[in-house]
Design a protein around this ligand. Sequence first.
Ligand code: IMO
Ligand code: MG
Length: 420
Amino acid sequence: MKSIDVVLGLQWGDEGKGKIVDVLAGRYPAVARFQGGPNAGHSLHFDGKKFVVRSIPSGIFREGSVNIIGSGVVLDPITFREECANIESMGIKPCERIHISKKAHLILPTHRLLDAAMEAAAGKGKIGSTLKGIGPTYTDKISRHGLRVGDILAPDFRERFLKLKSRHLQQLSDLNYECDADAEEAKWMDAVEFLKGFDLIDCEYYVDEWLREKPILAEGAQGSLLDVDFGSYPFVTSSSTTVGGVCTGLGVAPSRIGRVFGIFKAYCTRVGSGPFPTELFDETGEKIRRIGQEFGAVTGRPRRCGWLDLVALKYTVMIDGVTDLIMMKSDCLDSFGTIKVCTSYKVNGVETDKFPFDTAAEIEPVYTEFKGWNRDLTGVRREEDLPQEFREYLKFIEDYIGVPVKIISLGPDREATIER
Ligand code: IMO
Ligand code: MG
């Protein structure tokens, strides 16, 4: 038996998972998404162009690749169809490369409306959701009202759709949300027909058979600090973004999991609301945003920026059992005279190196400072050519976390990557 290796974001999402999956995909004939949905926006850069995928695994651009949309994913037929159209325009036939679990749940147009309605009703307490209908779809899954991809083949699919829709209409009316609930329905039904052209699989059997011969790379979406159980609840997404989500989302045993690649940026970002202990509200934060081009791939929203938080990183490395760290975007810190990393928190005045239960508490980050390397690293391709200051910074992170950094990414392109 071969194993499933996993790529996970260790922060609040947007760590650069798309690029790394694309780099690693050459070594894995199959890539599988196991959770999340079109709230993800994974960017890939090659041949001088940028591509963004949302529900489709980032292995799609590799010749001969198999791309699995697993049972733990929530799929919006409309966005999926749009994504497929983009990919098709590049001469790739999506239906030859994508296999979809019958157990993945469907995002209905009314799920998206409910997402917007609930956010509007939450006022200041809003999550800052991507408004793709993720939360309401997982809510229906857990409360056992959801519709699954395999259901589209059932003769009574339309009745079941209407039953769920009328439930949503009641909820929308309870929230006093005015909208046209029918606007997207015909388009959605068309997109459901389009889904029928794909290989709809029994994911757990498919994966089991595949692993007898060949490995799989599981591609996480969002980040571990957005995990519904272990993230900064309630400011999280509605799925298991941590390593356990691979088992429940694909239907595989923990013993099948091999390496866990944990991705982090050399600084932190967050979109949407919620605690962010190292957030910067000053020019330094602005500078990180500008140089790192920290604007959402899905929503275009400016991302909140701050220094690297090693307390939070060590916490997610622990939960995920990370075996290999991957550091992204350190080139974005090239022009900083001083670089800080947070090594402990003062929570209500008491110092700790543990991520607290109450993330809404008064958290003051305690920093260790490093001298910047003040050199353009984007062209560096060999470890020997990295400046001394950079190596010291890297060594400190590895020693603090206790896991080696195996890949350093120094730019968005596939080629701007050093493996150690
Ligand atoms: P990738 O895969 C960054 C955030 C949203 C919001 C919260 C809940 O590109 O890293 P949701 O729509 O999931 O109910 O929103 O989670 N969020 C992300 N932030 N990257 C993502 O995905 C995200 N997906 C969701 O901004 O705060
Ligand atoms: Mg993103």
